[in-house]
Write a protein that binds this ligand. Structure first.
Ligand SMILES: Nc1ncnc2c1ncn2[C@@H]1O[C@H](COP(=O)(O)OP(=O)(O)OP(=O)(O)O)[C@@H](O)[C@H]1O
Length: 378
């Protein structure tokens, strides 16, 4: 017996419009019951990828499979209704002339009693029991979204494709609807491909995030891994504010106000950027007995002076000018921490949360010998 094929599989899929490759060699695989978020900035090709998975358009090249069956390649494109996929888009698009029960039952071709039972079951799951006879215009945005979800799930699709399905909802409602939607999707065991440009939404919803940029998938992984081991500076910066230290390589290390960092795979004089998030800074007050001690976890502390501090909700954002090179570093601190301008403080970094990348314009990158060479300790 062979292995169970992925529920949805895209293999080297590309799409060219007017000579421009808007989806570029995308490969992606979704297991049953898995939520995959296609995440990226506006115009990077997310919706086009989703439309290719749906069968609304064909790929210029590459193959799409559902449960191992080819549904599109360079020549064949099965239409959406022959793929057993559910679709859910931003504007929900409920049928205004059908009531809630009619909307949910629309795509169901099963006996009447079975249809009614499925509608009842889905209404319970989406928390809308008793809403059968209401019409879309009588529902709130969140209720309409839940009816749209029930309608998409009614025929038990093998794959559910969702394009920014929560973007029409206001912030507070969105969190509740997202959580409820996730519970239902998990119960149904459908494989979900969800398009979003919001990193928080992807972090909250996804089992797997596929980060897209300029038509290509640049990184795929679980939210924790994508956040904590970004593939490059832009991937790190997509999820949060970042600090960037500039340096260059000397003897396989880069010096910074916070001590030295190893630079595996980079040759001498290569320009590098050391990236870290504002929440990974640790602050200490100035002391009489000199700087706080250097530790392997936090490296050497560096002194900075507060430029400004603001309370931003459940944390404070403090900006520093570093004494050594006058660079500006931002730190976020839980709770209220608003030191006056000019206050000297010692800053240190969680070194396991720092990433060293060659500068984008870099020409002096790796040599296989450097990569294999045992690194010096920092
Ligand atoms: N039918 C089309 N004809 C020509 N160009 C298209 C077509 N559809 C999409 N594009 C172009 O392809 C690129 C990717 O579009 P797509 O809608 O897939 O991006 P996206 O990442 O989903 O963006 P957004 O988040 O803004 O919806 C864009 O530059 C867009 O203008």
């Amino acid at each position: 017996m062979g292995l169970t094929p992925p529920r949805l599989e895209l293999e080297h899929v590309s799409r060219v419009y007017d000579g421009q490759r808007v989806v570029d060699d995308v490969s992606l695989s979704l297991a049953p019951g898995q939520v995959t978020c296609l995440l990226g900035p506006s115009g990077c090709g997310k919706s086009t990828t989703l439309r290719i998975a749906a069968g609304v358009e064909g790929p210029s090249s590459g193959v799409v499979r559902i449960d191992g069956q080819v549904v599109a390649d360079g020549t064949l494109t099965l239409p959406p209704e022959q793929r057993n996929v559910g679709l859910m888009f931003q504007d929900f698009a409920l049928f205004p002339h059908l009531d809630v029960a009619g909307n949910i039952a629309f795509g169901l071709s099963v006996p009447k009693a079975e249809k009614a039972a499925r509608v009842r079951d889905l209404l319970t799951r989406v928390g809308l029991t008793g809403y059968e006879r209401k019409y879309p215009h009588q529902l709130s945005g969140g209720e309409q979204q839940r009816v749209a979800l029930a309608r998409a799930l009614a025929p038990r699709p093998r794959v559910l494709l969702m394009d920014e399905p929560f973007s029409g909802l206001d912030n507070r409602l969105r969190d509740d609807v997202r959580d409820a939607t996730l519970d239902i999707l998990k119960e149904e065991g459908t494989a979900v491909l969800l398009v979003t440009h919001e990193p928080e939404e992807a972090m909250r919803m996804a089992d797997q995030i596929a980060l897209m940029r300029a038509g290509r998938i640049v990184q795929v992984g679980a939210p924790y891994n994508i956040y904590n081991t970004p593939v490059d500076k832009d991937a790190a910066g997509f999820f949060s504010d970042i600090n960037v230290l500039h340096s260059s390589v000397k003897d396989r290390q880069a010096s910074t106000p916070f001590g030295r960092f190893l630079t595996p795979g980079l040759v001498d004089d290569a320009d590098v950027e050391i990236i870290f998030r504002p929440q990974h800074l640790h602050l200490d007050f100035d002391r009489k007995d000199g700087p706080p001690r250097e530790t392997p976890e936090r490296g050497s502390p560096a002194r900075g002076h507060v430029l400004r501090a603001r309370f931003i909700g459940n944390q404070s954002l403090v900006e520093f000018e570093m004494e050594q090179d006058r660079s500006v570093i931002r730190a976020t601190i839980p709770g209220v921490f608003l030191p006056p301008k000019g206050t000297p403080l010692w800053l240190s970094l969680r070194r396991d949360r720092c990433f060293v990348f060659p500068c984008a314009h870099q020409t002096k990158v790796s040599s296989p010998f450097e990569r294999d060479y045992p690194p010096h300790s920092a």
